[in-house]
Design a protein around this ligand. Structure first.
Ligand code: COA
Length: 415
């Protein structure tokens, strides 16, 4: 079966997490992704957080599936000449170097355009144009600068970063969409273009509802679904809302049976208005259905803390899976707090390929997250990440280099 991006060739000049997330997705959609790495060491993540000495880390293997790896020294003139040949042969260049690094290599937009005017040049940077545009940025900096940290955590605690890598992987996903759109536009414009996804902007996009709330707060000075209401105080900026729901349906994380010893014996419980009578029946408070203090969503907003405390009395009598099963019978939206251990062993995620076991020549078998995007006409087979420079000779031969030239480039340290 063909793949959605079959025939698209990507010069993958990315490293660490944000860029590799993007190019891995494109590879899963069928693009031929050629990862260019520095001779000798390659992507720094190959050696970061290693669990097996001398073996590519899980950090690297889990972000670089379905790619080919070639080594090219961009600081050598002959290495740069190899890059020019790659630019001529590829449709897209993706990079996430520190600001200015690509220009310092001589790979300016003008240089790339002169070689290949159809090339899409896609970049992740920490910030867009402005005071911080030249800064180096990692995940948590983006979470802080993009509005996530100030709105995450509890009201009486400091700002908090989230474990979901919204700055790195989140930006990589945004960039991938920009690339696919630029390739589509190229089908009628005939031209490439620059695509930029700044990490601050991508995080802010994912925190869109908090900018919504900032404006609501400025207008009404209060927000009834926030835990600060009705007893606490609101300031002039969106406060941290703990585990309260970000939407119009109040929700909370509640303890389940076993919480004393199991740090993940919890369930997320949403008191959706449409199923309020069912909630009351399940927890044994049928009188709340008509009680005017609880009967309407508006009235309930004044009593969310005691309501969730009463629901928790019920959830604490069930384990999270039992609670989930009972609540689902009544269409009450809820979700168990799953640990990574539970997710790793979840049969449904294995069956759909979202959790996959991959075999690697030096590491052996390991688990990874497969392609979360499922397409009926473009299935994904996850293949292992490449060893450093594993495909250098193959790719150069495809570009027309003779074996003797390749040997010479290697001897001169250009590849
Ligand atoms: N051959 C020779 N040199 C190479 C090379 C190659 N194949 N590939 C990269 N280099 C060089 C670059 O030219 C650069 O040299 P220079 O500083 O002399 O110009 C150098 O390697 C380092 O690149 P840099 O991007 O600055 O790496 P870093 O490790 O210092 O910084 C980041 C890492 C992530 C902080 C930085 O790349 C960054 O801010 N990227 C943009 C935002 C981003 O994506 N952040 C999230 C990462 S998950």
């Amino acid at each position: 079966m063909s793949k959605a991006l079959e025939g698209v060739r990507i010069l993958d000049f990315t490293h660490v997490q944000s860029g590799p997330t993007c190019t891995q997705l494109l590879a899963w959609l069928g693009a031929d992704v050629i990862k260019v790495e520095r001779p000798g060491e390659g992507d720094a993540t190959r050696a970061q957080l290693r669990d097996i000495p001398g073996v590519d880390s899980l950090y690297f293997t889990m972000l670089n599936h379905n790619k080919r790896s070639i080594t090219v020294n961009s600081k050598s003139p002959k290495g740069l000449a190899v890059l020019d040949r790659l630019i001529a042969a590829c449709d897209v260049m993706v990079e996430n170097f520190a600001p200015g690094a690509l220009d310092r290599m001589g790979l300016t937009w003008e240089h790339i355009q002169a070689i290949n005017p159809r090339m899409v040049v896609a970049s992740v940077k920490g910030f867009g144009p402005g005071p911080y545009e030249s800064c180096k940025v990692y995940e948590n900096v983006a979470q802080c600068a993009g509005g996530s940290a100030s709105t995450t955590g509890f009201d009486d605690g400091p700002p908090m970063v989230t474990g979901a890598q919204i700055g790195d992987s989140g930006t990589g996903v945004h960039l991938a969409l920009g690339i696919v759109a630029a390739l589509y536009q190229r089908t009628h414009s005939g031209r490439g273009q620059k695509v930029l996804a700044p990490m601050q902007d991508a995080v802010l996009n994912l925190c869109r509802v908090k900018l919504r709330d900032q404006q609501r707060l400025e207008r009404t000075h209060t927000m009834h679904e926030y835990p600060q209401y009705p007893d606490g105080k609101f300031g002039d900026a969106v406060p941290r809302a703990g585990n309260a729901s970000g939407g119009g349906q109040p929700g909370s994380i509640l303890r389940c049976k076993g919480w004393e010893t199991d740090p993940n014996a919890y369930i997320y419980f949403i008191t959706q208005a449409a199923v309020w009578p069912a909630v009351c029946q399940v927890i044994g408070e049928p009188g709340w259905i008509d009680d005017e203090a609880y009967a309407t969503p508006q009235a309930r907003l004044l009593h969310l803390k005691p309501i969730f405390a009463r629901i928790e009395q019920w959830t604490m009598t069930k384990d999270k899976f039992e609670a989930m099963e009972i609540l689902n019978r009544y269409d009450i939206p809820c979700g168990p707090i799953l640990s990574m251990k539970e997710i790793a062993n979840e049969p449904a995620l294995r069956a759909t390929g979202t959790v996959v076991e991959v075999d690697h020549p030096t590491r052996g078998k390991y688990l990874s997250v497969g392609n979360p995007i499922k397409m009926s006409d473009s299935p994904t087979e996850v293949t292992r990440s490449p060893l450093l420079g594993e495909h250098t000779d193959d790719v150069l031969a495809q570009l027309g280099f003779a074996p003797a030239d390749i040997a010479q480039l290697r001897a001169e340290g250009a590849i």
